[in-house]
Design a protein around this ligand. Structure first.
Ligand code: DON
Length: 591
C-alpha cells in the first residue's frame, strides 16, 4: 500500500484527535463534532483553516450565502417571523442586487426543501431553450462550436428565476410577497458600498462586458467598474423588482419586463420572444433521494445531473471503508477519482431534461449498479477515461451561487441559482437593469464537444426547442440516521459542483470533520474528460501527488479554488452551525 508521510500524519490525527470525545459516546450514529474543536492536519501551504472565521452558531435560524448583505436580508426575514422559504427567496432576490455575477433574475436554478413536517420538495426553475432554438445553432460552417453560446444574446435561455422564486413562496411562504422583495428593492435603490470582490470581478470581466452598451451603462462608469468604497445604485433594477413585487411574475413573463427583454433580444440578434416568456413554468419535481451510510440525501433531480451523479459517486464509495483509508491518502483520493470518472460517464451519456429524454434513474442510483461499477475499479491503478466513457470527445478546442437556510421550526432550504458564467451572457436588459444568463452553453452544442467547463456531453443533452439544458447544480439536504435534519449545503462550480459536494458529505459523514473544517478542507476534482485530477493550490502535498502519479493518474493544479460551499449543520441538540466558504468570502448569519 502506498502512503505518504503526510497521509500517515492525517490518519494519526483522525485516530487520535477526532475520536477523543465523540466517537466513544455514539458508536452507532456518531454525532458530528462541535465547531472549533477539531485539529486537522492540512498541508502546510493550505491557506484556509477557519481560524479567522469559525462556524457561526445559532439556536434558532441560520442563513448562509456568498454575501453578508444578502445573508443579512434572509436573517432579518426570519427575525420578522418569516420561515425558511421566505428567507431563502428574499436572500435570492438580494443576491440578484448585490451579487450580479451570479445572483439573478435573468437566470435559473434549483431548490430543495425539507420541511419540519417531513415533507420534501424539489423545484426546477432551470432556463429553457427558446422555441426557435435549433440543434446546430452554435455550430459554424465547419461544424465547430462558435462562441455565441457563451457571450451575447443568443447564449441566453428563457429565464426561470422569477417564476421559481415566486412558486416557492406561493407554496410555502408565509410573509407577504412585497415584504419578501422589499429589502432587495431597497438595496438596489439606495445602493450599497462597493467592496474589493465586487470591483475585482467586474474588472476581470470588463473586456467582455464592454461589448454591450446597456451593460456599460449599468455597471461600468466611463468604462470602469465602480470604485471600491463608492455607493453602487441600480435604479432600473429597483424599478424591475418593484414591478415584480406589485404584479408578481406576470410583470416579468407577460408585462413590461417581458417587453424590455424582447426588445433587447431584437437589438442583439437573440431569439427569446414573448411566447417563450409567457410559456415558461417552474416545475415541482421529486427530489433524488438516496441513502449513504445510513444518512438520507435529498438532492436536485434532472434536468440537474447533480443528485443522480452524486448518488452514483457516493454509492460506489459506500463500498469502501473511507474512514479507515484516511482523508486525502493516495488510496482514498484514487477511489474518489475512479468513482467520479464512472459517475460522469453515466451523467454525460444518460442525463438530460426529463420532459425530453428517458433516464434509467432507479438503476443508476441502485446499490447493485454501484457494486457492478466497483468491480471495474482497481485499488491501485488509474483507469483510462476513454475506456470508461460512453461519449467520446470529438477533437475541438462562471457563475452560480448557493444559499442555505434553516429556520427555528427546522424547515430547511437549499437553493442554487446561476447565470452560468460570471455575469452570464454579459448582456444587461436595457432599462431593466439585470444580466441575462448564458445557460445555452450547458447544452451539448455538439454532442462530444466540450463546453466551457470541459464537460463532454451526449445526445440526451442536445439542443431542442423548449428543452431545459442539463445542470450540475446540487443543492442538497441530508438527514441523519435518526431522520433528523443534519446538513444543508450546495456550491457553484459547473461540473466541479458534484465532486465538491461528494467531498463535503464524506468530510462530515466519514471523516467526522466539524463543519468549518469540512468546508475549509482542500478539495480536488475529476470529471472523466479531461482525464486529469484537478487539485487546489497548496491542497495536495508532493508525496501524495507523486503516489497518485505512480498509480497512473495525471494531475493539474487548478487555476482557481474549487467551489464556494455555503452550508449549515444541525447538531443533535438542535444547534445550527453555519459556515460560508472562505474561498470566496460569504457570510453565515444566525437569526
Ligand atoms: O447549471 C450548471 O451546472 C452550470 N450552469 C453552473 C455554473 C456554475 O456553477 C459556475 N460557477 N462557478
Amino acid at each position: 500500500m502506498i502512503e505518504s508521510r503526510s497521509a500517515r500524519r492525517v490518519r494519526r490525527a483522525l485516530v487520535i484527535g477526532l475520536c477523543a470525545a465523540p466517537c466513544a459516546a455514539a458508536a452507532v450514529t456518531p454525532p458530528p463534532l462541535t465547531a472549533q474543536t477539531t485539529r486537522y492536519d492540512f498541508p502546510f501551504d493550505w491557506p484556509f483553516r477557519g481560524r479567522q472565521r469559525p462556524a457561526v452558531t445559532a439556536s434558532r435560524g441560520m442563513v448562509v450565502s456568498t454575501s453578508g448583505l444578502a445573508s443579512d436580508v434572509g436573517a432579518e426575514i426570519l427575525r420578522r417571523g418569516g420561515n425558511a422559504v421566505d428567507a431563502a427567496v428574499a436572500t435570492a432576490f438580494a443576491l440578484a442586487v448585490v451579487h450580479p455575477e451570479a445572483g439573478n433574475i435573468g437566470g435559473g436554478g434549483f431548490l430543495i426543501a425539507r420541511l419540519a413536517s417531513g415533507e420534501i420538495a424539489a423545484l426546477d426553475f432551470r432556463e429553457r431553450a427558446p422555441i426557435t432554438a435549433t440543434r446546430d445553432m452554435f455550430l459554424d460552417a465547419s461544424g465547430a462550436v462558435n462562441k455565441t453560446s457563451l457571450t451575447g444574446h443568443l447564449a441566453a435561455g428563457v429565464p426561470g428565476s422569477v417564476a421559481g422564486l415566486h412558486a416557492a413562496w406561493q407554496r410555502y411562504g408565509s410573509l407577504p410577497w412585497e415584504t419578501i422583495l422589499g429589502p432587495a428593492i431597497e438595496l438596489a435603490e439606495r445602493g450599497f458600498l462597493v467592496d474589493e470582490r465586487f470591483h475585482r470581478n467586474l474588472a476581470q470581466a470588463k473586456e467582455r462586458l464592454l461589448q454591450f452598451p446597456s451593460t456599460v451603462e449599468g455597471f461600468l462608469t466611463s468604462g470602469e467598474p465602480p470604485a471600491i468604497g463608492a455607493t453602487f445604485r441600480q435604479r432600473d433594477l429597483a424599478e424591475t423588482l418593484r414591478l415584480i413585487a406589485q404584479q408578481g411574475p406576470d410583470a416579468f413573463y407577460r408585462g413590461r419586463i417581458a417587453d424590455l427583454i424582447v426588445q433587447e433580444m431584437r437589438r442583439g440578434g437573440g431569439i427569446i420572444r414573448h411566447d417563450d416568456l409567457a410559456r415558461y413554468e417552474a416545475k415541482w419535481r421529486d427530489p433524488i433521494v438516496f441513502d449513504y451510510r445510513g444518512y438520507r440525501v435529498l438532492s436536485a433531480p434532472p434536468p440537474s445531473s447533480g443528485g443522480v451523479t452524486l448518488a452514483v459517486i457516493l454509492k460506489i464509495l459506500e463500498g469502501y471503508d473511507l474512514a479507515r483509508l484516511g482523508w486525502h491518502t493516495p488510496e482514498s483520493i484514487h477511489l474518489f477519482v475512479e468513482a467520479f470518472r464512472r459517475a460522469f460517464a453515466d451523467r454525460n451519456y444518460y442525463l438530460g431534461d426529463p420532459d425530453y429524454v428517458d433516464m434509467p434513474i432507479a438503476g443508476l442510483t441502485s446499490d447493485a449498479y454501484a457494486e457492478e461499477l466497483r468491480t471495474t475499479i482497481s485499488r491501485n491503478r488509474a483507469s483510462n477515461s476513454e475506456d470508461v466513457s460512453r461519449v467520446l470527445p470529438v477533437g475541438e478546442g462562471m457563475h452560480t451561487t448557493h444559499l442555505s437556510v434553516v429556520d427555528s421550526a427546522g424547515n430547511a432550504v437549499a437553493l442554487s441559482t446561476t447565470l452560468n458564467s460570471f455575469y452570464g451572457s454579459g448582456v444587461v436588459v436595457a432599462a431593466a437593469g439585470f444580466f441575462l444568463n448564458n445557460e445555452m452553453d450547458d447544452f451539448s452544442a455538439r454532442p462530444g464537444a466540450p463546453n466551457q467547463y470541459g464537460l463532454v456531453q451526449g445526445e440526451a443533452n442536445a439542443i431542442e426547442p423548449g428543452k431545459r439544458m442539463l445542470s450540475a447544480m446540487t443543492p442538497s439536504v441530508v438527514l441523519d440516521p435518526a431522520g433528523r435534519l443534519f446538513l444543508v449545503a450546495g456550491t457553484p462550480g459547473g461540473g466541479t459542483i458534484i465532486t465538491q459536494m461528494a467531498q463535503i458529505l464524506t468530510n462530515v459523514i466519514d471523516y467526522r470533520m466539524d463543519l468549518r473544517t469540512a468546508v475549509d478542507a482542500p478539495r480536488f476534482h475529476h470529471q472523466l474528460f479531461p482525464d486529469e485530477i484537478r487539485y487546489e493550490r497548496g491542497g495536495l502535498d508532493g508525496l501524495t501527488i507523486g503516489a497518485l502519479s505512480s498509480m497512473g493518474h495525471r494531475l493539474r493544479e487548478s487555476e482557481e479554488y474549487l467551489g464556494d460551499v455555503n452550508a449549515i449543520l444541525i447538531l443533535p441538540d438542535g444547534t445550527r452551525l453555519g459556515a460560508a466558504d472562505e474561498r470566496r468570502g460569504g457570510e453565515a448569519i444566525g437569526a
